[in-house]
Write a new protein. Sequence first.
Length: 442
Amino acid sequence: MQAEPKNSLVGDEYEVEIGPVAHGGHCIARTDEGQVLFVRHALPGERVVARVTEGEEGARFLRADAVRIIDASKDRVEAPCPYAGPGRCGGCDWQHAKPGAQRRLKGEVIAEQLQRLAGLTPEEAGWDGTVMPAEGDKLPAGEVPQWRTRVQYAVDPDGNAGLRRHRSHEVEPIERCMIAAPGVTELGIEERDWSGMEAVEAIAATGSQDRMVILEPRPGARLPLVELDKPVSVMRVAEQDGGIHRVHGRAFVRERADGRTHRVGSGGFWQVHPMAADTLVKAVMQGLLPRKGDMALDLYCGVGLFAGALADRLGDQGAVLGIESGKRAVEDARHNLANFDRVRIEQGKVEAILPRTGISEVDLIVLDPPRAGAGKKTVEHLSSLGARKIAYVACDPAALARDIAYFRDGGYKVRTLRAFDLFPMTHHVECVAILEPVKKAG
């Protein structure tokens, strides 16, 4: 017997009081009947009219947009971007909030995740509760931060470049992304006809003039002739295997951080904010305080940002082992670290490679896992290595909190935690936690 279909509530409107911020760029509210709403484009303490965008009768929660503000928060501003707002571009979450308020909201999310998933207060995590801007990221009041050095544009059926709407495959055509770095804007992606393309990614490297465009054609489409005012490398995503192949120019860009140049291949990972890499290296090294001769691990090492920073500071008697799953990233890391005799990079998943190394003891560990975190099995292994200090770089506070709880089970506690606003206008936030072994009594 089939269950009767439930009635969709999409389009229904409720006047609600907005409660606390939640992880994901929305706030929590309840209808008079007690139904939970996750409301975007609102701020805590406001009274708004919320229109349901997803959900049906009997659902645990509904998703909604604030379509009318009845009582506004003092932290509310008019969104500087004409494409922000209900039903529009989904790239930003907090265009309607003052910069200081954005950081406070991110801090509240971190605190809630630490308490809920790790049972820690900010004080117990060695954190003062603040979210700091990137090193040197000072802007005059009212100016929009142009920080995004990599922008993934979607292309609509008419060939217009834009960004996807929130939780949708629909494309919002735009004339300019306000948070794109000047080097991306100068490529003029939004001004061109991209008929036949599914997506276009634009990259403007930090510390060099390298520019790259990655084209993803629709099935059977031919590549357009890319003529830009600036020298630019062009890559394409192959229909057959999804690999990225060179069309013109270099297959990499050169990124500058921590006094070194890093080769980053097309499709490789590099922090999007131009000051993020230096900010994170500084925070990690200040937390670890490496000593000459230390043995260190750099896990999920990418192109070798932290491995190089460690090698610089450990001297000729120190050693670094990096582990990275991406084949091209490993090639780039080995190239970037070729001048360090005592650095080794292994390719594979951390949970598979680490047990095979035979390493039973290390001094320092850096891990910068993907959004899902390192996970219980990997954390248990790391906890057994007796590291003096562990630096955990996290792009998701929920995953960080879960893994902190696993480290606690393995005999480690958070000594300090720092949070950085490396993704202004969005809900994303970066954390660096320094963990140390718990001293046994007696």
